[in-house]
Design a protein around this ligand. Structure first.
Ligand SMILES: Cc1ncc(C[n+]2csc(CCOP(=O)(O)OP(=O)(O)O)c2C)c(N)n1
Ligand code: SF4
Length: 500
């Protein structure tokens, strides 16, 4: 006999007899839109401390009336989705970078309350330098540091805060100080710095301690409201799932194992006066952009006709030869002549002698990409760069090679190659340093892409040392004259310096 289909009925629970005393703070969204269903619950595991910390922060923001002024920076870690829950300004950042992002936000919007919410992997491992320097600068941000002694999100790797003897997937025999070092005490570390105004460690081990944590969270936010300075609250927090415990045992573990290792304490609670002299005048981003725009307009050389729609120039050589600077000067000149420009540098970790190149685009239209796969012009300061990039130049393009002769075995059929012994010319003028400006002069003369008068204006604006400016102007002229001479002599063969 066929059975009736089973239907699930909504459980009938009457709330008539009950008064609802626990309500969700209005700082949380009414519904969490992370998923199409389960819009009333977070993604946290049952018994996870993150949910409790969220609640403490939300209630404090609500009670202090700070919801509309708050920007919460959420980290990478289990709390990555905090922005789905808090109805405040939200930014989610790369792993460990929350204090750096919070710094930028607070400096750009000084009247906002900025919160950096971080786990122990995020704050004490990949983000160690960000948190220490933000604390040392005394950034006016509230950091809530949820220490659960493990990487929760990624399945339980050892964190800097993992206890001695505690097992993790990356310390399967238990953490051994001889191999992995001792746990890091971030609240203690930060309280050695001069600038923080408030540093406290609290725990979510039992209701009494949760009430203390509540007070600490509130106090940190009050201090932010009052513009006091850097505040740091470390919260020892259960992670039942990764610890392999039920929620009750996980709380016990916080009390019995974590607190003895990470003592609960107020490490710092004081007003700090930081001398505020010699601070540059504060301008808003809009004022700065407008100022730059006006300066660019004022400096613009108008009325020049450019014979190209788009010109791509690649400049390559060693670090220290002025490769990148030459690109910047050309871009600046292009701007002054009313063109769209881009400058894209690329260099190795070495400051000097490593390879360096840059792409400069000059265009009458907006530039789609600053990367030039096929430049119209290559300025190669040395043989390595010439060999590496010559084939990229477009057919009919131009190569300025900063040596007297081309290597004999090198054949570059598609482009016109002009050899300009820039270092020798610069040397004769008094300094090999201006070889890049010699090449700039050669480029302007050969391609007529930008005016020599603009080059002089840019040099005058950039070079403050008058002797050097004089040398640069001479180098510019010398590069131009060299091309004039080469072209007028005309009959120079490829191996000697000029090739078609
Ligand atoms: C640059 C980068 N490196 C590594 C990761 C992988 N990763 C994601 S979360 C995480 C650790 C999170 O641990 P914790 O900050 O303690 O937060 P919890 O999940 O325990 O709350 C790591 C290493 C990543 N997302 N990005
Ligand atoms: S893994 Fe741990 S920290 Fe992450 S949500 Fe679950 S209990 Fe919380």
């Amino acid at each position: 006999m066929a059975k009736d289909p089973v239907t699930l009925e909504e459980p009938k629970v009457s709330t008539e007899k009950y008064e609802v005393v626990h309500q969700k703070s209005e700082v949380f969204y009414p519904e969490y839109e992370r998923k199409t269903d389960l819009r009333h619950q977070t993604h946290y595991c049952p018994g996870c401390g993150h949910g409790v910390v969220h609640k403490l922060i939300a209630e404090a923001l609500e009670d202090l009336g700070l919801q509309d002024k708050t920007i919460l920076v959420s980290p990478v870690g289990c709390s990555v989705f905090a922005y789905y829950y808090f109805d405040v300004g939200n930014v989610q950042v790369a792993h460990g970078r929350a204090p750096a992002a919070a710094t930028g936000l607070k400096r750009a919007c000084p009247d906002k309350i900025v919160i950096s919410y971080q786990g122990d992997g995020d704050l004490a491992a990949i983000g160690t330098s960000e948190i220490i320097h933000a604390a040392n600068r005394g950034e006016k941000i509230a950091v809530f540091f949820v220490n659960n002694a493990i990487y929760g999100m990624t399945g339980g790797q050892m964190a800097p805060t993992t206890l001695v003897g505690q097992r993790s997937t990356t310390s399967p025999w238990g953490r051994r100080p001889v191999n992995e070092g001792f746990p890091m005490h971030m609240a203690e570390l930060i309280s050695t710095l001069q600038t923080p105004v408030y540093v406290e460690r609290v725990a979510l081990s039992d209701n009494k301690n949760i009430m203390k944590a509540r007070r600490a969270v509130r106090k940190a936010l009050e201090l932010q409201r009052d513009g006091a300075g850097f505040t740091f609250v470390e919260i020892l927090s259960p992670c039942p799932t990764i610890w392999g415990k039920d929620p009750v045992d996980a709380r016990k573990w916080v009390a019995e194992k974590m607190i003895p290792n990470f003592p609960l304490q107020v490490f710092r609670d004081r007003k700090v006066e930081i001398p505020n002299n010699n601070v540059p005048p504060h301008k808003t981003v809009a004022e700065l952009v407008e100022g730059e725009r006006q300066a660019a307009k004022d400096a613009m050389v108008t009325g020049r006709h450019h014979h190209f729609q788009h010109l791509g120039i690649k400049i390559a050589g060693f670090g220290g030869q002025g490769v990148l600077l030459l690109g910047q000067l050309l871009a600046e000149m292009g701007m002054r002549e009313g063109l769209e420009v881009s400058w894209l540098p690329s260099y190795g970790p070495e400051m000097r002698s490593g390879s360096a190149h840059c792409h400069v685009a000059l265009s009458k239209e907006r530039i789609g990409s600053p990367v030039l796969s096929h430049p119209d012009v290559l300025i190669a300061f040395n043989e390595i760069s010439l060999r590496k990039f010559a084939a990229e130049v477009v057919p009919g393009g131009t190569i300025l090679y900063g040596r007297e002769k081309l290597p004999e075995d090198l054949n570059i059929p598609q482009a016109q190659v002009i050899c300009v012994p820039a270092a020798e010319i610069a040397d004769k003028l008094g300094s090999a340093k201006v070889a890049n400006i010699v090449l700039m002069g050669a480029l302007l003369e050969e391609t007529e892409c930008l005016a020599a008068t603009t080059a002089r204006q840019v040099l005058e604006a950039k070079v403050k040392n008058l002797a050097l400016l004089d040398l640069d102007c001479k180098a510019l002229d010398a590069g131009r004259v060299y091309i004039d001479h080469t072209v007028s002599v005309g009959a120079v063969t490829q191996a000697d310096g000029f090739a078609q």
